[in-house]
Write a protein that binds this ligand. Sequence first.
Ligand SMILES: [Zn+2]
Length: 255
Amino acid sequence: MTEELFRADAYLQDCTATVVAIDEHGIVLDRTVFYPLGGGQAGDTGVLVLADGSELAIADTRKGKDAEGRPTHAICHVPAAGQDDLLTKLKPGDAVTAKVDWQRRHKLMRFHTTTHLLCHLVPQLVNGCSITPDYARLDFNMTDPLDKEALTQGIARLVAAGHPVAVGAITDEELDANPALVKSMSVQPPRGSGRIRTILIGTATADAGRIGGEVIDFQPCGGTHVANTAEIGTVVVTKIEKKSATTRRVVLGFA
Ligand SMILES: [Zn+2]
C-alpha cells in the first residue's frame, strides 16, 4: 500500500519516502508524489534521490498488480533502462526523495482540467481519453459534427473566467443516486472503499437547502488538476476526427 500524496495536493513536487519493495515491476515506496497511469492520464516521470545524492531516473509510474492481475494499492516507480549499478545499491528500508518531473506533470494537469472543460462544452458521454504531456484527446459518443474553432473559443472563455477547481468526495450511495455524474463509458469510478474522489470546476453552494453557485463540471475523477482554470493558459483544439460512425475525437494541444 502506497500513500497517494498527489490525490490531496497535486502541487507536491517531491517527498521523502522509504523503499518498501523492489521487483521486476519497479520500486514501491511507502508514499509518493508520482501519479500512476490511470483514467487516461499518463504516469509520472522524475527521479528518486538516494541517500548518497545519486539520482535514479524514473521513466514511468504504474499501479501495482498481483499475479492474478488484481490491484495491490502499491505504486510502482519504473526505472529507466541502463541503471543497474544504481539499482543494486537500493534496498527495502532505504530512505529516498521522490522528485516528479514538474514541467511535464504540470502540462498533464493543464490538459486534464481542459478535458473536463470539454465535458462542459460537449454534453455527451465520453468513450475514450488519453492525456500526455504533448497532446490530449477525448472521444465523445456522438454522431453530430463538432466545430473546432467554437470549441477553442469555448475553452478560452472558461480559462479566462478563472473558475476554481476543487477536489472533493462523494459516497458510493450518492453516486448510485446520481448515475449521470459519470460521464465516461470507458472508465468507471472505483467503488467499494465507500468514498469516491470528485473534481468540481466552478462553485457549488448549499444554503438553507438551496443549491446555488455556478457548476461548470462535476464528476468522479482520480487525476491531477490545476487549482484554477486560469492556470491552463492557452490550449487549443488542434483536430477533430470522425473516429467511427458514433465517435467524435477532439484533440487538444498547447498553442
Ligand atoms: Zn478526469
